[in-house]
Every structure is written in C-alpha cells, then in structure tokens.
Design a protein. Structure first.
Lengths: 453, 453
C-alpha cells in the first residue's frame, strides 16, 4: 500500500550519459531525507525556491557534488515539500544517489505519481493532469500548444461552471421528488431547457474540435496508393525529401510498406508507400498488394496516384469507383503531367491535383491541399481543442444524456427520470475534470506517464 | 570566432521524452537574454541561487511553463552568469526554447564548452576538468569515486606545489647563466637533488597507480579460451548469470565471439567466450578459431579452461606452453572437477583454480582470484589514482626528464643543460594541470565532452 505520506523519488530526466541528471523527491519528508545525506548548508533552514551546492553521500563517502533545489509546500508542483537534485549525468551516480535516498526512507515513484499527487492536492484537475503527459509527448508545435493550453485550464473552468449549474437543477428536481404527490416544481423547466441548450452548444463546439485535435495529437496515417509504376515511391521520396524508397522503372519494385513521418502545417503525416495494386503471380509481391489493401482500409487519407502518361480516362474512372467503395477520404492525384497527353488532362475532372513527383512540380500545392483537406489551422495561445479520446468520448456521452433530458421534458416524463439522465450527464462531465474518479480510471491514466513525472 | 563574452546555450540532459529537460545558459548576458522571454518575476532583480516559475515565450505565445534557476557570477559552475531552465521533457519544447533563446542572442555551445569556461575562469585546473568527463562516463562505482576524487583536487595541488618549487630552482639556475663565466651557484645542487628525488617518489606512486586506474576506468578485456568442449560457454553464462551463449555437448558449438560485461570487485570485466582452439575442416568454425587467437592476443587477461574430465597431464602441460608463449597474463582453470579423475587433480600444480562451471562450484573463489590478480582495491574518498592515459604519459615523461637532470648533475653538466631538462619536466607537469596548454590540446580534451557540459 502506498501512502500519500510517503516521500517518492525518481529520475526525472531521460536515462543516459549527459551533462546533468535531475532526481526528484516529493513528500512530507523530502527535505529532511535529503538533509540526512547532504554535506553543505542545513537545507531545513533554507527558504523555498533556493539552490544549494554540496556533496551527497554518507559519512566518509561522497557520491557526487550536486546542486539541490528545495521547494516548500504548498509552493511546488505537487504542493508537497519537494527536492530536485542536479547531479552529474552518469547512470552510476544516479543509481547510487537513488539507492542512498531510498535507504533514508524515500521510495521509488510509480509512473505519473508526481502528477497524480499534484492532482490529488488540487494543483489542477484531471484533464489538466492529462495535458501534462500530452505536453511531454507532443510531436509537433501545434500539439505542444494544444496541450499547453489544456494544461493551463483549457475547457476545465467552463465545464466545471456548467456542471455546477446543472447540479443545481438536479438538486431541485430531486427535491421535488421528496415532495412526492404534491406536484411542486422547484426547477423551472424552461430555465433547465435553456441551460441544457447552452451547455450543448459548448459541448458541440468541443466535440467538433476533436476532428482537428485528434489529427494534431495523433497524426494522419496517409497511404500512397495506385497501380504499379504510378510513381508512388517517387512521391514518397519527394515528400520526405530523401531517398527512402527504392525507385525503379520496373512495376512491382515496392513490396514492403515503407513509411516515415513529416510535419506539414503543424501535423504529423505518416506517409506509407505501398505495393502497386495489381494481380500478380509473384508471391512476395502479392503479399505486398494484400498489405496495401489492409493499410488503405485503416488509413485516414489515401493519396491515390494515377499515371497520366499510361492511363486512359476509362481506366481512371474505373479505379476511382473502386476507391470510392472503400469509404476512406482520398485525394486524386494525376502524376507525370509532363508526359501526359493534352486531351487526357483537359478531360480530367477539376478535383484532380496534377503533379510530377519526379520533377517535383506542384508539390507545395499538393501539401497545401492535404493540410486544407483536414482544415488544420495553427493552434494559438488560448485556443481550446479537444485532443484526448477519453475527453471526446465523455463529451459525446454527456451530450447524449442531455439529449435524453430534453427529449424527456418534451414528452413530460416524470422528475425521477429527468434526474437520472441529468445525473448521468454530470457523471460523464465530472469524469473529464476528475470530480468523479475511480481507482481504475486513475490507474489507467497515470500508468501511461513517464516515471519521474 | 567564439568570444568568451558570448552567452552559450545547450541541452544539459539526455535527449528524449521524460518528465524534465534542463537547458543551460552561461555568459555575461545569460540572465538578460532569459529575462527577455520570461513571463514572471524580473529575473534581473532576483538573488543568485533562486528558482522562479514562469512562462517562456514571445509576446502572445508561450512555449512552456518552466522553472528558471539563476546563478550570478562568480557563484556558478562556469563562474559566469548562468541560467538553468527546467522545462517539460519534450524534444519539441526543447527545440523551440533553444531556438527562442538563440534569437535573443545566445549561441549553441560546443562540446565541453561550459567546463572549458569553468577551466578558463579558474574554477579548477585541467586535470580536474577532465575528471568531470570521467565522472559522467564512469561505468562503475570505483571509477566514479576515482573521478570524483580527481575532480575535487586529487593530485592537482601536490603537483602544482612541487612544480612551483621546481620553477624556483629553474629560475636560480637560469640566473646563474646570466652571470656567464663568473661560476656562481645560486641553486644549491644538493637541495635540487633532494627536491627531484622527492618529486620522483611522488611521481612514481602516481605512475604505479595507473595500473589500477586504467583497469578501473577502462575495464579488463578477458578472453575465455580453451579446447573445444572445455565448458567455456557454460563459464561465461555462469559469470554473467544468464544464458547468453548457446551451450551444447557438441564440440565447436560456439563460433562467434560472444561477450558481455560484469562488474566484479568494482571493475568492469568484458568477458569474451570464444570458439574452442582446434584444427577444423569447418570453414565457419575455423574463422572462429582464428578470431579466438586474435582476441587472445589483445586481451588483458586470459581465463584458460582445461577439461579435467578429458585431458591428460601431458596435454595440460602442452597447452600451457602454448599459452605462455603469448605473453598475456592468464589464469589456469580446471573445469569439471566433479568428473575429474582423482590422480589428475592430485598431480595438478597449485596455481590451478578448480571449478565446475556447470554446477557453479568455486565460482566466487574464481571471481576473488580474478580481482586479486589485478590487485584491485576499493577506491575510498581521497584516494589518488591516475586513470587518465594523458596524465600517465605526462607523468612518465616528467619522470624521465628528471632522471636526465639527476644524471646530468652526477656528470657535472653545465647549468644550461640542467635548466633545459628542468624546463622540459616543468612543461610536462604543467600540461597535466593546464598551466601550459595549447589550442590543440584543449580542443582535443574538450571535444570529447558531452554537449551541455
């Protein structure tokens, strides 16, 4: 059993050899524990937010010379007494220091335990705590900004405010129930309806932001598909600006799925070059074609390449029909425009993007189209975007419960049913910000954190 | 051209995703530069060794919420104004913060540039600066302690002291030269001789410590050799406490050299399991045997295994002769004592270590013998051990030059020749602690440091 009174310890920086490593302690006795092995000033007598040079070790044995920063409750990340020890960045030193401090009474922190304590001690709500992990794992600047905005408050305050108003109504309706048969109405139905509509407008704006938020946080798996020799590997290399895939004139050159990530317009696109779609007797190639179809089904976007130098309009229409049937968003790209017949180009529908992957013609237009396809805009300071699948699901469930409340009122259902749906909505809302939690939920969230955070 | 007035910046913690990353600045304007993009208290008005929470970014855009520690000259590692920024451990955030601060006038630090500045500004001498790198790269606790002792002063003070006395004599002798034909003797030859002998006693103790120091710092490449099926792979696995090498009854199972490191008695032993030594028609195995011989030649220690169950005393003597001819230190190990004939064991010379690798009999005795073979003792706080090849070479060269001085005095050479050899000794001594340096020497030393140190 882990008590909240424990003092926890962990390496907070990545493992490895480096100039510095930072070991972090938090807990009632964090400063006392450090003081027992610190050779320098008496840390217990120093003010918060100060840094002190000294040796660290037992009597007659110094492990390292370190800088110790102390933070006194509640003025720390966890709101507990905290210590950050900056030592030389050697794994041997880190191991010895942690061993030493554990011998003084600290215990190894579990993943996310520092942030969990910050949450328990009211530094921030659950949605903000989750944003701390998102911030650390942000893969591009847009994702970083979305996470930072969320960590700094994001939708938390607004959701808590709306939730309180809803609680007020729920209480009134439940009060009515106490009066049983008397047919009183403490909660004015008109006001409740207005409040719910107001909440739903806010919820829906958050729900809609997830389309973008998900793309920003998780990136876009994008398959480059098309018939053999349509120029898929050439396009991948051009998008990556390197010779990642082997390119040849021989149809069927690519068999494995070759992939890599590029940030375009603040979003990580994972481009996958695939085997060209054709019936083939080559066993390895046919496995490749099978994998291509698999990837296409799981993609968020298909860049479908047509070889304009080789393909007739009828073939183009045929391929597009097949493509449509997948139900995955796709963009039609006419490649090799420099070799295409004039009449083919003239008769192509408007929604074709015409490029030459080899000559790198129109590539920046292609990138612009990809970005605008997802309606990605730069995240600014203060923009609220839902990037977390858990938040998204709870927002949708809250909205559904509120739909049921509205529907119930329209059909004059009794107060007890209304109250049930309102309580359901409150539950889902409360789970987002962590007013309502369970051990499972918390364990699930914090176990995904780094140790030391 | 890099001016010492520049403010340098680097990530000081390992790259990667983690709870924290620390970015370090040093230079006259380090605090001003940070202040320009810090949203919090005015850092310029804060005392040294304090930590401050705030946003970091330009107007209208915050990159991250960070903790900024400030250190005012000369009370910092570099003795310059310094700043340590603790941000969330995301590579995206680190990149953006460094970009931002470079736009304010900081420039990227070169490897070791922080330590180089600390050296230039007199925080420590060159041998101590090198110990900083050794401390970071220490692979076991003994190496850590040796480096820490050196960083804290080690032989530096003593060498500087002896060097000053020697300079005194050199000056006197050079003064004599000014008087040309007058045959004065300002430097008493008897006193000079005493001083040199005293210096040499100290130098020799340092030189001798390198045997151990080198082993502690660089580890011991140890080849496990012997005839096929002598039990080499079984011994490797037993020493490593894992199933690293494939073991079978079939002679010739091991072909590649399989290796791994274990710390025994504070020293990293790199044990190498090798192909058994025999003539073989198998091409792959014969390449393996060739490699075994190669490794044996380059080893610092050979653990030679005799299969006591299969080998006659004559064969044992034959194999040992071959072994001796290599000129590499070796230990003779009789394996499979549980299956050995009594008369073989009784007639074995005393210097055989008898084990059963399979039954793990006598393994700890074997380990003790290995450790005592290198006369390794635990490094205690304050022990002075030379671990650095450069220091060792300079110590030897100093000693040689002093030998020449003594020899010269015995043969009554003229003062100008004495002075030359003394100056030579002073040069080599001064290079150790950095009183004498060249750009090449410094570049060579500091380029091996981490960036950020």
């Amino acid at each position: 059993m882990n008590s909240i009174d424990d003092t926890i310890i962990a390496l907070a920086t990545p493992p490895g050899i480096s100039a510095l490593a930072v070991i972090r302690l938090s807990g009632k006795n964090a400063i006392e524990i450090t003081q027992q092995v610190f050779k320098g000033k008496n840390l217990l007598q120093q003010p918060s937010h100060t840094v002190h040079l000294g040796g660290l070790g037992e009597k007659g044995r110094t492990i390292d010379e370190v800088m110790v920063a102390i933070f006194k409750e509640p003025h720390s990340f966890t709101k507990e007494n905290s210590v950050e020890i900056s030592c030389h960045g050697s794994p041997v030193i880190v191991k010895e220091i942690i061993k030493l401090l554990m011998a003084q009474g600290a215990r190894l922190a579990k993943p996310g335990e520092f942030t969990q304590r910050a949450f328990f001690n009211g530094r921030f709500d659950l949605a903000q705590a989750e944003a701390v992990a998102d911030l650390i794992h942000a893969e591009n600047d847009n994702a970083r900004q979305a996470a930072l905005n969320q960590m700094r408050g994001g939708f938390s305050k607004e959701i808590q405010h709306l939730r309180e108003e809803l609680i007020h109504f729920a209480s009134l309706i439940e009060l009515e129930l106490d009066f049983g048969e008397e047919d009183v109405e403490f909660a004015k139905r008109e006001d409740l309806k207005k409040l719910i509509q107001q909440i739903q407008i806010y919820l829906q704006s958050l729900i809609q932001s997830f389309d973008q938020g998900n793309v920003i946080k998780n990136g876009v798996p994008t398959v480059i598909a098309g018939k053999p020799n349509a120029g898929k590997s050439t396009l991948l290399n051009a998008l990556l600006n390197e010779e990642k895939a082997i390119v040849s004139d021989i149809p069927g050159t690519t068999r494995d799925v070759i992939e890599d990530e590029v940030v375009i317009g603040g979003v990580n696109f994972r481009f996958m070059d695939t085997a060209g779609l054709r019936e083939t007797a080559d066993v390895v190639e046919s496995i490749g074609v099978e994998r291509t179809r698999e990837r296409m089904k799981n993609a968020s976007l298909i860049l479908y390449l047509f070889d304009l130098a080789q393909t007739s309009l009828e073939e183009i229409h045929g391929q597009e029909k097949e493509l449509q049937s997948l139900g995955i968003p796709y963009m039609k790209i006419g490649n090799k425009i420099d070799q295409a017949k004039k009449e083919v180009i003239e008769q192509l529908p408007n929604d074709f993007i015409l490029i030459s992957a080899f000559a790198k013609t129109n590539l920046s237009q292609l990138k612009d189209k990809i970005v605008s396809f997802f309606q990605i805009k730069e995240i600014k300071q203060g923009d609220v975007v839902v990037t977390n699948m858990r938040h998204y699901q709870n927002l949708v469930q809250t909205n559904d419960a509120l739909d049921r409340v509205l529907h119930g009122m329209d059909h004059a259902v009794t107060g007890d049913f209304l109250a049930m749906d309102i309580r359901q909505a409150l539950h889902y809302l409360g789970e987002i910000t962590g007013q309502i939690t369970s051990d499972d939920l918390l364990a699930n969230i914090f176990s995904k954190f780094c140790i030391g955070k």
